[in-house]
Design a protein around this ligand. Structure first.
Ligand SMILES: Nc1ncnc2c1ncn2[C@@H]1O[C@H](COP(=O)(O)OP(=O)(O)OP(=O)(O)O)[C@@H](O)[C@H]1O
Length: 490
């Protein structure tokens, strides 16, 4: 039962995490979420199993021995029983305090796991800055905090056990005069049995406290509905209209869009952006760092909803559209640091459309300039990509990501600085692939390097959350505004 419960909890929690909004994941550390999925479920399971198995044994033993005590000496047993409510009362007060302590210890342990996760995941950066001692120290500070809280927790559990032993011994000692030696022996054995059972129950209560707190941390997220956030930020994963493929033009329009990230409510990132991206047009966004370019891409993908204003696709507000259709079928998103999953190259490309055939995977790879290097690997498409794609070069990863995005044949392509992290040769190969796939699609390019967007149909220049200049390369250059200044700078 314990295993089944844990399995179900893990499944439900994982599904709930996948259901949450992007804003929810922005606000929490990966390690903390993984901690709930692993050690909290494990704690809950262990204590659940222990409470059931040992709990049943100790309870039946206690009940049996109480009957035995009663048959030996009813008087003495009643005297013993009279003091029990006091113990229960004290126990429940102590229990509340223990639960609070345990909760705070677990929160600190989760924080430490979050830290460890961050450091291990970004090990190269830590090594590159020679910050191993620093990270070691800050991890130690966090685990010390949890250790300091856990110590009194264990001590108080021990104290409870000792109190119970003392109580039983005291009762026996003060009442022994009423019994003959045989009865006393029998009473002692039964009482000792009760004492042991009660002691194990009190140890069990510590474990139950841990289990309940761990369980409450898990259930907190299982029952968390995206709708508990302000309605503005809760975005369902599925459900809504779909535009039939043959009617879809790919006309994306932003109308007076204002946006503030939920976790930074005092900082308005977009301040009335209006942008028209006509079907099959290539529109480039450029501007200073932090102007809000990537935020526009996130809004088009509907990772967040605008605070005010509308985003429409072929005239339909995207809040009316099925988000999974929008992300899964209509928009292909390629960013600067594509994430690949562990598995084969083929699995990674097929991630774009799990029902694609091998031929479709290969043609997407060909279109993305990836087929030649993949077939050069000894295992070809079955080559296993290391965790986070570390076994591949930046340019190779990028081309696999392009193939993955192309597999769904998206009508709209968003390229968020797709070539900016590459060297000249890789950039040429990736750019060649992109030029090929941009044909007959609506494309939104976000670029730092202006040389990559010279040929765009429309260039929109952003500054402090607003579109301040719109035109093509020639027009903007002639205008002598921010764009021409940026060109001079580069
Ligand atoms: N997830 C987030 N939560 C809170 N604030 C964010 C988040 N992402 C971006 N921001 C803030 O929003 C603003 C715009 O960021 P954005 O990434 O859209 O700019 P950008 O123009 O794409 O910059 P860059 O060219 O450097 O990538 C910045 O001030 C940034 O700090």
């Amino acid at each position: 039962l314990g295993e089944k419960v844990a399995c179900k909890m893990r499944k439900n929690l994982f599904e709930s995490l996948l259901r949450q909004d992007v804003a929810f994941h922005d606000q929490r550390k990966t390690g903390e979420l993984i901690d709930r999925l692993t050690s909290d479920v494990q704690d809950f399971k262990s204590s659940f199993k222990l409470c059931i198995s040992q709990g049943i044994r100790s309870t039946t033993q206690t009940i049996g021995c109480i009957c035995s005590l009663y048959s030996t000496s009813a008087k003495l047993t009643l005297a013993l029983a009279a003091t029990i409510p006091i113990i229960v009362l004290i126990g429940s007060f102590v229990g509340v305090a223990l639960r609070q302590l345990s909760k705070s210890a677990q929160a600190h342990a989760a924080e430490a796991t979050g830290k460890a996760n961050e450091v291990v995941a970004n090990f190269r950066t830590v090594r590159a800055f020679a910050n191993e001692p620093l990270e070691g120290q800050s991890y130690e500070v966090l685990i010390q905090k949890s250790c300091k809280i856990n110590q009194p927790l264990c001590q108080s559990r021990l104290l409870m056990v000792n109190l119970i032993i003392a109580y039983v011994l005291y009762q026996l000692k003060s009442n022994s005069l009423f019994l003959n030696s045989g009865q006393l022996m029998s009473f002692l054995v039964s009482a000792q049995m009760i004492q042991r059972s009660l002691a194990s129950l009190s140890v069990l209560s510590g474990s139950a406290v841990r289990g309940i707190t761990a369980g409450s941390r898990v259930f907190e997220y299982i029952h968390l509905q995206p709708s508990i956030l302000p309605p503005l930020f809760s975005i369902p994963i599925t459900g809504g209209r779909k535009i039939p493929y043959h009617c879809l033009l790919g006309h994306l329009r932003f109308e007076d869009v204002h946006f503030t990230y939920p976790q930074r409510p005092d900082h308005e990132v977009l301040k009335g952006v209006t942008l028209d991206i006509k079907p099959c047009q290539t529109v480039a966004l450029c501007g200073l760092s932090g102007a809000g370019k990537s935020t526009i891409a996130s809004l088009a993908e509907r990772f967040y909803d605008p605070t005010s204003g509308n985003i429409t696709l072929d005239g339909v507000d995207i809040t009316q559209l099925d988000p999974s259709w929008l992300r899964g079928r209509t928009i292909g998103y390629i960013n600067q640091e594509p994430v690949l999953f562990s598995g084969s190259v083929e699995d990674n490309i097929r991630y774009g459309r799990p029902d694609a055939t091998k031929d479709e995977v290969v043609s997407a790879a060909k279109l993305a300039n990836a087929d030649s290097f993949i077939t050069n690997f000894p295992s070809g498409y079955a080559t296993v990509v290391g965790e986070r794609g570390l076994a591949l070069s930046g340019g190779q990863k990028q081309r696999i990501a392009i193939a993955r995005a192309l597999l769904k044949n998206p009508s709209i392509l968003i390229l968020d600085e797709a070539t900016s992290a590459l060297d000249a040769e890789s950039e040429r190969l990736v750019q060649e692939a992109l030029d090929r796939v941009m044909v007959d699609r609506t494309v939104l390019i976000i670029a730092h390097r202006l040389s990559t967007i010279k040929n765009a149909d429309v260039i929109a220049v952003m500054k402090h959350g607003k579109v301040v200049e719109v035109g093509n390369h020639k027009e903007l250059k002639k205008k002598g505004g921010i764009y021409s200044e940026l060109i001079k700078l580069q």
